[in-house]
Design a protein around this ligand. Structure first.
Ligand code: GLA
Ligand code: ZN
Length: 666
């Protein structure tokens, strides 16, 4: 199923549990939600100590009341499981539920997200409270979706987790001989003779074995996933028709969210971009990239933007207020990129505690006569006109390969340019060549299907896991176009280097090049590359390559051993083509290079009219979103007459988009 409601969900985190002593506020909340055109509320995220104030003593009355109020006001409840934070009694009675930091010291009670991923007690307790929630609300008319825990993250180094890690390693590697070989443990005399000798990577322990660090991240991912599966088991059993999601964080590196995709019904993520009151083009590109990353996890199925701030956050150094229009445009961007929800952290500001100055729809003043409230209500009215996009999938002919495990490997290896790997930034740059032209693009991992795309750019694909090179080879042979860059195909899934010439794993013949050396450049130092009659700058990392069948499309214009060697190559392979960009390019090269391919391959943008710098477009279903992030007024010239859905008018010809303005065209 691609949609769970006919409307865009508009709502956010709602914490009535903080206001049990002044319950009159609950009715006021309902009145204000109606005014703000909010149709849903996410409840119970951190409510455990109110739900179970003492072990085995339950208190659901307040939640019954809230669920009833939501239902009678026609609002959907996104009901959270409370495992993101726990009551003090639990930590006091069962210290094993608390997380152990890398130092080996167990955390004391406090904050949140502070639980052991393995603890049988914690798993039992979370499954039990989840079961009670499911049993109690399974037939409740407000129950719409499950929100599992909150932003799963971090790791635990306790003895239970170490033991689970060793068991996981045994399953992964089978024998110690195999592990010793794959981790290259002959280096510095690290051959293990017993599984018990292995433990998690630590600052004051083993932190120089990249394969161990990779294994630990994979294990941590699996441990979070199995914790999650344990959480949802009672929900799936009791409420099989209620969709399940868990809110993820931007480009968080600690776990590979892709592993969760098959087990959630809806991908959801918390969106806190670095918006400013000026030109937001760069942030808009970065955020679009993240939207597309999450949307691509479930093959283009709509996702939820589970959190965003309606105004400011509280955790930056300087939490600057934004002009009206910035957050609205941010919300519209999410919908344009595939979100079926616009949700906030938070509905009402807490009165005390750590987040009392974080933006909220309802401020401490308590009424609706605030700028932020009016902005939210205005947006709510627009969202009510967008039923047509709900459930609409996005498809793309081009993809950027951005792979979490590769990002780990890139961060962990020692050598070459250690300060400027910038894997995220590099991928966002390649993405921007498509985004700025209004070309739909997916952001996929190395394990996702390649064959649905005509063009894939896979910058800095250092790690090529078993089976991946074969899939790339098949894709290109079958007619696909593949773009690789410097430091591609260097190591396998355990960071063991490929022997016999890079790019390894069988990719050398696909690219028709051999990368002999990799050079690193200082800040401000550039190599020059000629390509298509222009000269471009190469920065930070440059491979020196030999064409072995590939055609040179560009050359280094740098003296010494670089001079005249190929810097950009194209290799006809089977029915497709593989391109190798041997250096780290700046945006101008990427734009020109990808632009040439896009033109040649006739990959169509979503809009049939030209886009000024800073204006982006996305089509969803029948609607075309045109968004101005450029920080100043922009003019677009429409190719035909459209219906402007938000303003309810017919538009054609030259249209002026104000700063932070947008059009939704049918
Ligand atoms: C995260 C959390 C929320 C809240 C916000 C603040 O996304 O999930 O509980 O702390 O950050 O920005
Ligand atoms: Zn643990």
């Amino acid at each position: 199923m691609d949609k769970y409601y006919d409307r865009i969900i508009h709502g956010g985190d709602y914490n009535p549990d903080q206001w049990v002593d002044t319950k009159e506020i609950w009715d006021e909340d309902m009145r204000l939600m109606d005014l703000a055109k909010v149709n849903s509320a996410t409840v119970g995220i951190f409510a455990w100590s109110l739900l179970e104030p003492e072990e085995g003593v339950y208190n659901f009355g307040w939640l019954d009341e809230i669920m009833d109020k939501l239902a009678s006001h026609g609002k959907k409840a996104i009901l959270a499981t409370p495992s993101g934070a726990r009551p003090p009694w639990m930590a006091q009675k069962y210290p094993e539920v608390l997380r152990v930091e890398e130092s080996g010291v167990r955390n004391e009670y406090g904050v949140r997200h502070n639980h052991c991923l393995t603890s049988p007690v914690y798993r039992e307790k979370t499954a039990a409270i989840n079961r009670m929630l499911a049993q109690r609300y399974k037939d409740h008319p407000a129950l719409f979706m499950w929100h599992i825990s909150n932003e799963y993250s971090g790791e635990c180094h306790c003895e239970l987790c170490q033991k689970a890690f060793r068991e996981w390693l045994q399953k992964e590697y089978g024998t110690l001989d195999r592990l010793n070989f794959k981790w290259w443990n002959g280096f510095w005399s690290h051959r293990f003779t017993s599984w018990d000798q292995i433990s998690s990577p630590k600052y004051r322990g083993e932190n120089h074995v990249p394969a161990l660090r990779l294994a630990w991240r994979r294990f941590t991912t699996q441990q979070h996933l199995s914790f999650y599966l344990n959480e949802i088991a009672p929900l799936r059993e009791i409420t099989p028709d209620v969709p399940v999601t868990t809110n993820m964080m931007r480009l968080y590196k600690g776990i590979d969210y892709h592993s969760f995709a098959p087990y959630v019904d809806v991908i959801s993520w918390d969106n806190y971009p670095d918006w400013t009151n000026g030109d937001n083009t760069e942030s808009a590109n970065e955020t679009a990239f993240v939207h597309d990353y999450f949307r691509s996890m479930k093959d283009g199925k709509p996702f939820y933007m589970m959190e965003s701030t309606p105004s400011i956050v509280n955790w930056k150094g300087v939490n600057r207020q934004l002009k009206s229009g910035v957050q609205e445009l941010s919300a519209i961007q999410a919908v344009a990129h595939g979100a079926d929800s616009v949700q906030y952290f938070q509905w009402r500001k807490s009165r005390g505690g750590h987040e009392k100055f974080h933006g909220a729809v309802v401020d401490h003043v308590g009424h609706e006569n605030t700028r932020v409230f009016r902005d939210v209500a205005r947006l709510g009215a627009v969202l009510e006109k967008l039923d047509a996009v709900v459930g609409a999938r996005t498809t793309a002919k081009a993809a950027i390969l951005y792979d979490r495990e590769n990002s780990w490997a890139v961060d962990f290896f020692c050598g070459y340019h250690r300060d400027r790997r910038d894997y995220d930034k590099v991928c966002e740059r390649w993405y921007r060549a498509f985004w700025s032209r209004g070309i739909p693009v997916d952001v996929i991992s190395a394990d996702q299907d390649f064959d649905r795309y005509d063009l894939i750019a896979a910058p800095f694909l250092y790690m090529v896991r078993a089976g991946t090179a074969e899939r790339i080879e098949r894709y290109v042979r079958g007619g696909g176009r593949w773009i690789g860059t410097y430091l591609t195909g260097i190591a396998d899934e355990d960071d063991l280097c490929y022997l016999g010439g890079f790019p390894g794993g069988g990719l050398r013949k696909v690219f028709g090049v051999w990368a002999e050396e990799t050079d690193s450049l200082d800040e401000g130092e550039y190599n020059l590359v000629s390509f298509g009659g222009r000269t471009y700058r190469a920065e930070y990392t440059c491979d020196v390559i030999h064409a072995e069948g590939a055609t040179a499309l560009g050359e280094y214009r740098t003296a010494s051993y670089y001079a005249g060697t190929p810097a950009v190559t194209k290799n006809a392979y089977g029915n497709g083509e593989a391109y190798y960009v041997a250096f780290r390019p700046q945006q101008d090269f990427i734009d020109d290079f990808c632009g040439g391919l896009i033109d040649e391959m006739q990959i169509q943008p979503d809009a049939a009219f030209p886009l000024p710098e800073g204006v982006s477009t996305r089509k969803r279903g029948e609607l075309l979103f045109v968004m101005n992030f450029g920080g100043e007024e922009k003019t677009v010239v429409l190719d035909r007459e459209y219906r402007d859905v938000a303003a309810d008018r017919t538009v054609s010809g030259e249209i002026t988009l104000p700063e932070n303005g947008y059009l939704i065209l049918r």
